[in-house]
Design a protein around this ligand. Structure first.
Ligand code: AIR
Ligand code: ASP
Length: 287
């Protein structure tokens, strides 16, 4: 057992449906722990999918690191172990941004559009992040009027969401996956002079992206759980394998090879070290 996997006593800041946040080692940092819990219908449906947290931790670390390379600021600092990542402490903006390229899910239910129809341009929707209310859809007037975010913040979030969409569409298409839609959350960080930064937060994984196989249109995301299609772990593992973050040898149908996965921590941290260097060069230019 590596040192990293020995549980330590830490203060828990928050427990959500799929993740737990703990106080980080330094001020301004937080440890994000990925649970195996899956919920749908605002918690009405619940299960534990062994290994899901490990895959989502890896997939999210990978995608956030890639997004940093195109200049999208994120909360991700580095992977710590199979289930945990070090992130920047942010104040979460209570708005979920959903970007849709192809009609699916609640859009089809609400508007009677056929699942699978491609929209002429991507659609962005806002939802108020509030479990008690079931995350209702809102517009920018609601967001500003109720003080959840100001117009500049909304503009920045929408711009970042479109950049993520462009980049992730290409990245997934490269591995024969169709990015149908996805949900993003953003957070605020204040700099030393009181300046505000909006950064991508939460996670990007098959829990909050709809991903279909390009050819067969097979669903490879949380809809397998929501719609009782089975094969959730196989689908999540296939996504990770196609992205090149777990080797095909690590795939075991219906479960996962924990030993092989733990040997992959180094890969992710090589990536995040490269990212840290880029960030340093940017904030501390040589004079
Ligand atoms: N989503 C929204 N709330 C929670 C999540 N995970 C994601 C879904 C889907 C997109 O947002 O995973 O990718 C749109 O969801 P829906 O249900 O509005 O169609
Ligand atoms: N995560 C939300 C829930 O637990 C919505 C979903 O993903 O379906 O209900």
């Amino acid at each position: 057992m590596s040192l990293l996997s020995v549980p330590t006593r830490r203060r828990q800041i928050y427990e959500g449906k799929a993740k737990i946040l703990y106080e980080g080692p330094e001020p301004g940092t937080v440890i994000q722990y990925f649970k195996d819990d899956a919920t749908a219908g605002n918690g009405a449906k619940k299960d534990v999918i062994a290994g899901k947290g490990i895959l989502n931790n890896r997939i999210s670390a990978h995608l956030m690191t890639r997004l940093e390379t195109i200049g999208v600021p994120t909360h991700f600092i580095k992977s710590l172990n199979m289930r945990e990542q070090l992130i920047r402490q942010v104040e979460i903006i209570p708005i979920e941004l959903v970007v849709r390229n192809i009609a699916a899910g609640s859009l089809c239910k609400r508007l009677g559009v056929a699942e699978g129809s491609r929209m002429p341009r991507p659609i962005v929707e806002f939802y108020y992040k509030n479990d008690a209310l079931g995350d209702p859809m809102v517009n920018d007037d609601h967001i500003v009027t109720f003080g959840w975010a100001d117009p500049y913040e909304i503009e920045e979030m929408v711009n970042l969401a479109f950049r993520c969409n462009d980049y992730l569409n290409g990245l997934f298409a490269g591995v024969n996956l169709l990015l149908v839609d996805f949900k993003l959350e953003f957070g605020r960080i204040w700099g030393e002079q009181g300046e505000l930064y909006i950064v991508l937060a939460d996670e990007i994984s098959p829990d909050n992206c709809r991903l279909w196989d390009m050819k067969t249109k097979e669903k490879m995301d949380k809809d397998r759980f929501r719609q009782d299609l089975g094969g959730i772990m196989d689908a999540y593992q296939e996504v990770a394998a196609r992205l090149g973050i777990i080797p095909r040898e690590a795939l075991v149908s219906g479960t996962f090879n924990e030993n092989l996965m733990s040997s992959l921590e180094e890969i992710e941290n090589e990536l995040s070290e490269a990212r840290t260097m880029r960030a340093l060069n940017k904030t501390k230019p040589k004079k």
